[in-house]
Design a protein around this ligand. Structure first.
Ligand code: PGA
Length: 248
């Protein structure tokens, strides 16, 4: 892999302030010249964003929010957080379209509204897409991905700040990863769909059960610009191992 390699740590609904000390080793690693092209971005729960921003203040590690409301500033939406608020906390990114939110009712239309609001507030987007097991069995993966991308990016002119995270839903948290050939084909398809929309060469990441063992295989899949890592990223030792094995 050349250029930037993304390592996204998605902490989901885990972690407390005591988790922060485990990050010291990662900070040291991120300062080594060898890892200059490692683009490390943490997505802690909202409650920890401020602490993470402070912790990483003298590093090139960025922070993002795991979701946001589609109203960009303020509004009567109990329990929600807006792009403006994320920005004020020091986030530079927001993750949108994660299957754990799609499953609880978020539609492509909702995701599109969120993407446009977040871009308007100068947040960069990690845009998650991926087919379910049922869709895969029905052999409609490519049309599902196409629909998710085209609906999610509808009316979005500035695609420069978008990173695509391809995450087969059946792979998230299951320990199962796609076969090399299948993954390569799907990434190629995504690249083709993107190229029809924008001249920017958007990074395409893979997510779903990435760990410090299967990374040795995954890093060789062509066309992938990095990884979105859930459970293995909550263990800093494993996360560091993933980075080291990718960039060796
Ligand atoms: P996982 O999660 O690495 O635990 O499968 C991936 C994700 O959060 O998307």
């Amino acid at each position: 892999m050349t250029n930037n390699i993304y390592f996204i740590a998605n902490w989901k609904m885990y972690g407390g302030t005591s988790s922060l000390t485990s990050l010291n080793r990662l900070i040291n690693l991120s300062k080594l010249k060898k890892y200059n092209n490692a683009k490390i971005i943490y997505f802690p729960p909202f409650t920890l964003i401020r602490d993470f921003v402070k912790k990483f203040s003298k590093t090139k590690i960025s922070i993002g929010g795991q979701n946001c409301h589609h109203i960009k500033d303020y509004g009567p939406f109990t329990g929600s957080i807006s792009p403006k608020m994320l920005k004020e906390l020091g986030s530079r990114y927001v993750m949108l379209g994660h299957s754990e939110n799609r499953i609880s009712g978020e539609s492509d239309y909702d995701i599109n509204k969120k993407i446009r609001s977040a871009l308007n507030k100068n947040l960069k987007i990690i845009f998650c897409i991926g087919e379910t097991l049922k869709e895969r069995r029905k052999k409609i993966t490519h049309s599902v991905l196409k629909k998710q991308i085209n609906r999610g990016l509808k009316g979005v002119k500035n695609c420069r700040d978008i990173v695509i995270a391809y995450e087969p839903v059946w792979s998230i948290g299951t320990g199962i990863i796609p076969q090399d050939k299948e993954l390569q084909m799907n990434v190629k398809k995504i690249r083709k769909i993107i190229l029809n929309r924008t001249k920017f060469k958007l990074p395409i990441l893979y997510g779903g059960s990435v760990n410090n063992k299967n990374i040795s295989t995954l890093k060789n899949i062509s066309g992938i610009n990095g990884f979105l890592i859930g459970s293995a990223s909550q263990n800093t030792k494993k996360f560091i191992d993933i980075i080291k094995k990718t960039i060796n």
